[in-house]
Design a protein around this ligand. Structure first.
Ligand code: IVH
Length: 684
């Protein structure tokens, strides 16, 4: 009887694992946390070791997970791309250490410790130093050919320095930085596309795109950590392998340490456990590898993983706190979004007191009630999220929550339209929607009008002075001086800023209109395709959906928007006010305009490798930027060097655009190829 129950549980576990494998590896959309998944695997493994008769060849513990997606050409790996065994705490790591020491017959072996990058594994083949093929891991034996997409990663050399003749295979990880993940998800939330769960899934989703231009727009990075058949290139240790990889100009993760004892390994784990919070690429653990390649060969591998390495995983950062309330806010498109108000908790370096609950389905799925004790974490180390309710802590006083059927701002009916997750206020004149619309219109990505914040927008719309974005252009200083906290000087400056915004490029104007499903990228595509607002208005749904990057849903949104009388009137009024409605020809672009830098406020933080901070500031200023020593809402760009701390965190919290040093140098080159000052320090 007992065995029957165990068999049933094993089947159930296999089903759950297969279901989650598909969500994770094939659809890039996991529904459970990594550690929950790991515990499913472990439970199954413990059943299989107690009842070996239940260990079938199809057990997930017998194979490396992942499956190639059908749209890509499949490629077989010369040597299987194995996975790693995990150690979930120090005791498990010690067991591994003692076990290998025993097999090796010595406690004195050398170990390398490297951060475990949270991305997706790829194999690259270079022939005579030229990139020939890139493939994902897939199921370990067969992966997907993603050569075209890998080529879009700007830090990856297509030709190596000092590479040997013939074929060379390097392996590593494709990742997305936390900042890029947050920016991407913010844009997706705005255009109501499904969000990525974490940077790793965003990286996987971005690499496995059928259109490599989408991959190119995602700013992926790659780090190499393994050279196949290294011995034949005269490499004898992991340490030298990493040096050789770097010597060929391939990017690698810089933090690493050579350790000679368990105590040294533990010290590295503790240090990286702190430092990893400041690393822009998420690392969820440390890979400990036997350094000597000959000793490795003597230990060999199991079917799934090498016996000479282990991945130590840091425990997930989760905190338990009280959910005091749920607030509902109205977005620009009328979507009612619930937000959890939490008892403040400190989590991965900041204090968290709010977390979006997205929509009613999410609240129902997690059965979240007001007054619950909940577990929270930061998705991708950055976005606060309610993971689950502590059901044991319930005492019956918790209140179930439903998003109201009326808009909290205007009282109009709020409904859920077929096929949508959001409940929407349908009132076109809803004041909350108008305020969000104006906030979007003036935002940095759109008309970039400085000096007009939430409070001012609220006053202008409540008084009826501004009923549409176009009304901004008929504001007079007297209208502004009548408002709270607006003096003559600030009013004049705002009028100037509004005037100045009339010259924004057509793509910014299209983005500013707030067409559903049209974000910055689509606006750029539309502007470069049509080059004038009139041609965009005149285009039909068919013509629109033929444009790369514009699918039928986006085309229908644009057509619906342009079909509405009051939207066309807004556009006409903007035109009459003098807002730019054409894309200028290249001749009209002022020669000294360096779009990345001119007029932008920069803050540099941390240590740069190629120059001092003062030199970098001078360089940015020479291209028209302003620099400052502290980060505020007004900062446009933060350039982050090594060991960046407080300013970097503040920039993350404020959603300021963040560049690493490499991006800064590239933009300097890109922005002003012929105009670099001769004495520009350290620009390669
Ligand atoms: S070595 C034979 N080093 O973790 C295994 N893997 O869970 C060779 N990973 O498949 C892998 N950072 O995708 C290695 N510094 C690192 C890594 C790393 C991340 C990934 C890799 C591997 C997975 C195993």
């Amino acid at each position: 009887m007992e065995i029957e129950k165990v068999r049933e549980r094993a089947l159930e576990l296999k089903r759950l694992i297969a279901e989650n494998d598909n969500l994770y590896y094939v659809l890039d959309a996991p529904k459970i946390e990594d550690h929950e998944y790991d515990s499913l695997l472990r439970e199954l493994a413990s059943i299989e070791s107690a009842f070996p008769e239940l260990l079938a060849p199809d057990s997930p513990n017998m194979r490396v997970r992942g499956e190639a997606r059908s749209e890509f050409t499949r490629v077989a790996h010369g040597t299987p791309m194995q996975s790693l065994d995990n150690a979930l705490d120090i005791d498990e790591l010690k067991n591994f250490f003692d076990r290998t020491a025993k097999s090796l017959g010595t406690q004195d072996a050398e170990w390398t410790c490297e951060p475990k990058l949270d991305g997706l594994a790829v194999s690259l083949i270079y022939r005579d130093g030229v990139l020939e093929r890139a493939a994902t891991r897939g199921d370990g034996s067969v992966g997907e050919d993603v050569t075209q997409n890998i080529r879009t990663i700007r830090t990856l050399p297509l030709k190596l320095c000092d590479a040997p003749l013939g074929a060379l295979e390097v392996r590593g990880e494709v990742c997305m930085s936390r900042e890029d993940f947050a920016t991407l998800n913010r844009a997706r939330e705005e255009s109501e596309e499904p969000l990525f769960a974490n940077p790793r899934n965003a990286a996987a989703g971005s690499l496995r795109q059928l259109d490599h231009r989408v991959t190119a727009s995602r700013n992926l990075s790659i780090f190499l950590y393994h050279l196949e058949d290294a011995a034949s290139f005269g490499v004898g240790t992991q340490w030298d392998m990493l040096r050789r990889i770097e010597g060929m100009s391939l990017p690698s993760q810089k933090s690493r340490r050579l350790c000679r004892s368990m105590a040294e390994i533990e010290a590295y784990l503790a240090e990286w456990g702190e430092a990893r919070h400041w690393n822009s690429i998420n690392t969820d653990g440390v890979v400990v590898k036997l350094n000597d390649l000959a000793l490795r060969a003597s230990l060999g591998s199991t079917a799934k993983a090498p016996k000479w390495a282990i991945a130590f995983k840091y425990p997930p950062e989760e905190k338990r706190t009280k959910l005091n309330d749920i607030l509902v806010s109205v977005g620009r498109t009328g979507a009612l979004t619930p937000t959890a108000v939490l008892e403040p908790v400190s989590l991965s370096g900041t204090t968290v007191q709010r977390a979006s609950l997205h929509n009613q389905d999410e609240i129902d799925r997690k059965d979240i009630r007001i007054g619950d004790m909940v577990w929270v974490h930061k998705a991708g180390e950055i976005i606060p999220e309610v993971l689950r309710v502590d059901m044991e802590a319930r005492d019956g006083t918790e209140k179930p929550f439903r998003i109201p059927g009326t808009c909290p701002a205007c009282g109009a009916a709020a409904v859920r339209l077929p096929g949508e997750a959001a409940i929407r206020c349908l009132n076109k004149t809803c004041p909350a929607q108008l305020q969000e619309e104006i906030a979007h219109f003036v935002s940095r990505q759109c008309m970039d009008i400085n000096g007009i914040g939430e409070k001012l927008i609220a006053q202008l719309t409540e008084r009826g002075t501004v009923k549409s974005a176009a009304d901004l252009y008929s504001l007079a200083t007297e209208d502004l001086e009548a408002l709270d906290r607006m003096a003559e000087k600030s009013s004049r400056k705002l009028i100037e800023a509004i005037e100045d915004s009339k010259t924004r490029p057509l793509s910014s104007v299209i983005n500013a209109l707030g067409i559903r499903n049209v974000g910055k990228k689509t606006a750029l595509d539309l502007a470069s395709r049509f080059r004038s607002m009139d041609r965009l208005i005149a285009s039909g749904e068919n013509e629109l959906s033929a444009i790369d990057g514009v699918g039928p849903v986006v085309a229908a949104s644009i057509a619906a928007f342009m079909g509405e009388e009051h939207n066309r009137r807004t556009i006409e009024r903007l035109r009459e006010a003098g807002v730019r409605m054409e894309e200028p020809g290249s001749g009209e672009t002022p020669l000294n305009a360096v779009p990345y830098f001119a007029g932008k406020k920069f803050v540099f933080t941390g240590e740069l490798q190629s120059m001092s901070r003062q030199e970098a500031e001078k360089l940015a200023e020479s291209l028209g930027a302003k620099t400052s020593g502290s980060v505020s809402k007004k900062t446009d760009i933060v350039v982050r060097g090594q060991n960046a701390g407080g300013k970097y965190n503040k920039a993350l919290a404020l959603g300021v655009e963040i560049w690493d040093e490499e991006t800064f140098l590239e933009r300097v080159k890109e922005g002003a190829p012929a105009r670099l000052p001769e004495e520009a320090p350290g620009v390669p």
